[in-house]
Design a binder for this molecule. Structure first.
Ligand SMILES: [Zn+2]
Length: 414
């Protein structure tokens, strides 16, 4: 079987297995675009959205400059860092996808508990949360602990076709409604919601990137690369044409100024096949702490001993249940990372702050300010209107009337 086919198969299999397949809700019902309250950074007028997009032109460093533009072929944060790669801070972006619940929350706490970066700031990760079965009280706790909360849609869609064929309006509705839910039920400031990841990593050409722009977000992190892993690809903007390999299309070809791509630089499994998410690796090592640890270290070293492009550890908490030693090995590896003088475990949006203003040595002058969003937990018993099922839901402050969904994100009485 071809290399590419295997990667695609592995990816689809793993995500399909891990992600709850859910029905797309209210696709035909709501015609109006969901407008975000208190989301002041979006100023795009409706007629601008309708305009034909410009085709992206090749990037050149003299046209495309930091902090707002970055060419996809720039293999160092700044050209003048050449020869000083060992002084570039190594970012590690750990991300978990899908619903946050009591079980995986306990694991997240154990993993990050007491881990500190070399600058004394807490080690953090990014949680791409999808709505169904999510415990918003726990999302609030992750948020207050300093982790980045990011978007993974309301419905999670009904397989890859839904997302591949999704128009801008559908994607905006899915992710816009989720912003409202996270604001209301987990008390999250919409300004801190900056990134999204498409379910099944199924992008939709320009559409999902246009949605990033229209929703006032900063980045998308759904697009894997297997060609640019050594040297590994740094995040870049879509002002100009991307050189990234398109493994699961359709990929964007328009100029979308200021939209950041955080490429998912793939890992190698033990047979040399590429995997965008750890749980999509077809041939992981034996279920032994040392074997798993060494394998993680090997993938990490391609970045650390190379051009120091951010090292992504992308997975679902369900992976920990696949092997007796998976959790312990992951924890051991994170603890190992915390011993380096130049390795920083942060959310993707924090890492992008560095990429916009890169320096050698310590990346930041101070720690991020942690939010302090008070949450009065309430446990609710509400009906999901499309199926009649009862859903239990923990939220901050006040129960919705019905189970929130795409066409009724706040679960109000219709
Ligand atoms: Zn998912």
């Amino acid at each position: 079987m071809k290399f590419t086919t295997l990667l695609v198969l592995g990816l689809l299999l793993a995500t399909a297995l891990l992600c709850e397949a859910q029905k797309p809700g209210g696709k035909t019902k709501s015609k109006s675009k969901s407008k975000l309250k208190n989301k002041t950074k979006t100023t795009v007028a409706p007629q601008v959205e309708k305009q034909e997009l410009q085709k992206a032109e090749p990037c050149s460093a003299d046209k495309c400059k930091l902090p707002d533009c970055r060419c996809s072929d720039a293999m160092l944060p700044k050209p003048k860092f050449k020869g000083k790669e060992q002084e570039i801070p190594q970012f590690v972006t750990i991300t978990f996808d899908d619903a946050v619940n009591a079980v995986n929350y306990a694991q997240y706490e154990l993993l990050f508990n007491d881990l500190v970066n070399p600058d004394g700031c807490a080690a953090t990760g990014t949680f791409f949360v999808s709505h169904e079965y999510t415990d918003y009280v726990r999302v609030n706790a992750l948020y207050n602990a300093g982790h980045e909360i990011a978007l993974h849609s309301v419905t999670h869609g009904d397989g890859t076709d839904y997302w591949r064929d999704a128009d801008v309006e559908t994607i905006e509705r899915e992710f816009g409604a989720q912003v409202q839910m996270l604001q209301t039920f987990a008390k999250i400031d919409a300004q801190r919601l900056q990134g999204m990841r498409l379910p099944f990593l199924q992008i939709s050409g320009n559409n999902n990137y246009e949605a990033v722009k229209n929703l006032g977000l900063t980045y998308d992190s759904s697009w894997p690369t297997q060609q640019h892993k050594n040297p590994a690809m740094w995040p870049y903007t879509l002002d100009y044409m991307s050189i990234q390999d398109c493994q699961i299309g359709p990929c964007p070809d328009a100029s979308l100024p200021g939209v950041w791509v955080n490429p998912m630089v793939t890992w190698n499994d033990t047979e040399g096949y590429s995997c965008a998410m750890i749980d999509a690796c077809v041939y992981p090592p034996a279920d032994e702490i040392d074997a798993l640890f060494e394998w993680m270290l090997e993938n990490f070293n391609r970045h650390y001993k190379g051009n120091r492009a951010p090292f992504g550890m992308y997975l679902h908490a369900a992976w920990f249940a696949r092997g007796r030693n998976y959790f312990a090995a992951f924890k051991k590896f994170m603890q190992h990372l915390a011993t380096y003088p130049d390795v920083y475990m942060t959310g993707i949006s924090r890492m992008l702050e560095y990429v916009k203003k890169p320096v050698l040595g310590q990346p930041f002058k101070s720690c991020e300010t942690k939010p302090n969003a008070t949450c009065q937990p309430v446990h609710c018993n509400v009906q999901k209107m499309s199926t009649g099922e009862t859903r239990y839901m923990s939220v901050c402050d006040k129960c919705p009337i019905v189970y929130p969904w795409l066409n009724n994100p706040l679960g109000q009485n219709m």
